[in-house]
Write a protein that binds this ligand. Structure first.
Ligand code: BES
Ligand code: ZN
Length: 415
């Protein structure tokens, strides 16, 4: 698969078989946000070119068949006209690219695997006050300053995975029901492994609750440039790490199995999560809910928490809204659209699992420093305060979806 960072839209392309035997140039299938068609066409015409015609359009996504020689031109246009850092993704087959368009942002009814009840207040209220800005800050600092980049195919990306596995293993010390492992990917996909911490469920171990964030970072101006990725997505990994720390500190034992996953290679097209979600699906794993944490430490809007409404599951989004109302007084929330498969929640959604992503801002008001050398903790005045509410929401989500209890024996636990 090829991924190019372009504009606000996600494009999918793949090499199509040449129509004519012996044709020198293959065509490329592209999916493009319909709203990009007008500026793209105008720009092509300005250069004496004709934008290839639309072969299909659905839910704001258009399918184009483009001569390979014009793909780069389209990339330039997208970059200059829609100047942001979405990528285009090549699927492994034409069928996959078309399926992605069909899946689009069409709401799916996920199987009703769980009922979203709020009846575990004792556990929620044991966990939430333990969330500490200082430990969130410590993880963000380590991840964003220890290596030049956590890029999926650089040493820093591998070192960060080793560091995280070791950190999570330390946090889990003394708990025989918790294990930490790498999920390795084919070297051609991602030399960086994903990292998975599993808390075995006590009474419903085959039902799995997944919380994820991505471990890799990127600098779209050049692969050798510094990519601290403090917000994108050290903040999400720190949020997971803080939920783990608090859960262990409070002796929390879930009824369902809970997995915390730091995905490899998100920034080059959701590669790590796509592989994991596909493997879980094909092996029949009963994942009852997925929560993605990608960018939690930058307050971009007046709302505290913004739920992304596309490529996510409405019933679980409502559950999250109810958790905020019930357990986080004073915290405001609303919803927004990414407009494309913008993070790892989409990999699970595309496999039919219930998936959500609580985000730090309305789209368009999100952190402008991501994917650059400037995505540092300095942008948030050296504080991880904004991530506290996301760690609290994630802890409440675990306590109410995986249920189980916390003990009060370790009340004095501190970060
Ligand atoms: N954290 C971003 C996604 C994001 C950015 C969401 C800004 C909302 C606002 C994620 O790491 C990312 O960069 N995703 C890519 C798409 C992916 C398929 C490569 C993107 O948005 O360009
Ligand atoms: Zn990113």
């Amino acid at each position: 698969m090829t991924t190019l960072k372009l504009g606000v839209l996600t494009l999918s392309l793949l090499l199509a078989t040449p129509v004519l035997a012996g044709a020198a140039e293959p065509d490329v299938w592209i999916t493009i946000g319909s709203d990009a068609l007008v500026p793209a066409r105008a720009s092509f015409q300005g250069q004496g070119l004709e934008l290839p015609s639309v072969v299909r359009e659905k839910d704001g996504v258009a399918v184009l068949r483009v001569p390979a020689s014009q793909v780069e031109k389209l990339a330039e246009v997208m970059h200059s006209k829609l100047n942001r850092c979405a990528g285009f993704i090549a699927h492994d087959s034409e069928a996959q690219a078309l399926a992605a368009v069909e899946a689009g942002a069409t709401p799916r009814v996920a199987p009703a695997l769980v009922s979203y009840t709020l009846d575990n207040a004792a556990t929620v209220n044991a966990l939430l006050p333990q969330v500490a800005e200082s430990s969130l800050r410590s993880t963000i600092t380590s991840l964003s300053t220890s290596w030049t980049s956590r890029r999926y195919n650089q040493q820093g990306g591998l070192d960060a995975a080793n560091w995280l596995k070791s950190r999570w293993t330390t946090l889990a010390a003394g708990r025989a029901d918790i294990s930490v492992a790498f999920f390795t990917h084919p070297a051609s996909t991602s030399p960086q492994p994903s990292v998975i911490l599993t808390i075995q469920g006590t009474s419903l171990p085959s039902e799995v609750v997944v919380l994820g964030a991505h471990l890799d970072s990127i600098n779209v101006s050049g692969s050798n440039l510094s990519a601290p990725g403090a917000d994108d997505d050290a903040s999400g990994v720190a949020t997971l790490t803080e939920v783990i720390r608090v859960a262990v500190a409070k002796g929390y034992r879930p009824a369902r199995t809970v997995q915390f996953i730091a995905y490899a290679a998100e920034e080059i097209g959701l590669k790590g999560s796509a592989a994991i979600a596909a493997q879980y699906k094909s092996s029949g794993k009963n994942v009852v809910g997925v929560l993605q944490l990608d960018m939690t430490n930058y307050r971009g809007s007046s709302y505290d928490i913004v739920l992304v409404s596309d490529y996510t599951t409405a019933a679980q989004n409502t559950f999250l809204t109810n958790l905020i109302k019930q357990y986080m007084p004073g915290v405001t929330s609303t919803s927004t659209r990414c407009g494309y498969a913008c993070s790892d929640h989409a990999s699970w959604y595309n496999q039919g699992y219930a998936s959500s992503i609580p985000f730090e801002a309305l789209m368009g008001q999100d952190n402008p420093y991501i994917h650059s050398v400037n995505d540092t903790l300095t942008q948030t005045a050296g504080s991880a305060q904004n991530s506290v509410k996301f760690a609290q929401l994630a802890a409440a989500y675990v306590a109410e979806l995986a249920k189980g209890t916390a003990s009060t024996a370790l009340d004095t636990a501190r970060p």
